[in-house]
Design a protein around this ligand. Structure first.
Ligand code: AMP
Ligand code: ZN
Length: 106
């Protein structure tokens, strides 16, 4: 049994409102939106937090940013503006231990 909520979403054990899915990433709407548009972009691979990033994950990190930027454009947020947030650790406000980028806009 996985003990990671977002791995369970990746595995389809927990439903989500998907906005994007590909081989390496998944994006879905936040269950408790903090803005009119609040999308979470996650790697399918379990990475606990920013603390686990190293050289071997440099491509993943770049692709995560580019994908989030493309989703922002697809959601028509590029003209009005948006924010990316990645929380890390307890003091950083991270509540789910699977790396995720918040896309906030609207
Ligand atoms: P963080 O506090 O940065 O770890 O963000 C975790 C985010 O996951 C919060 O904004 C939650 O509202 C969101 N969240 C928790 N459970 C779910 C879920 N089942 N589906 C979608 N979003 C969720
Ligand atoms: Zn996970």
């Amino acid at each position: 049994m996985s003990s990671c909520l977002f791995c369970d979403i990746v595995d389809g054990k927990i439903p989500c409102e998907k906005v994007h899915g590909d081989e390496n990433f998944l994006a879905f709407r936040d269950i408790a939106p903090a803005a009119p548009q609040h999308i979470l972009v996650i790697p399918r691979q379990h990475i606990g937090s920013l603390n686990e990033l190293d050289e071997s994950l440099a491509n993943m990190a770049g692709e995560l940013l580019l994908l989030a930027r493309r989703i922002a454009a697809r959601e028509n947020l590029d003209a009005t503006g948006y924010r990316f947030v990645i929380n890390c650790g307890a003091d950083g406000g991270q509540s789910v231990g699977h790396l995720h980028l918040h896309l906030l806009g609207g």
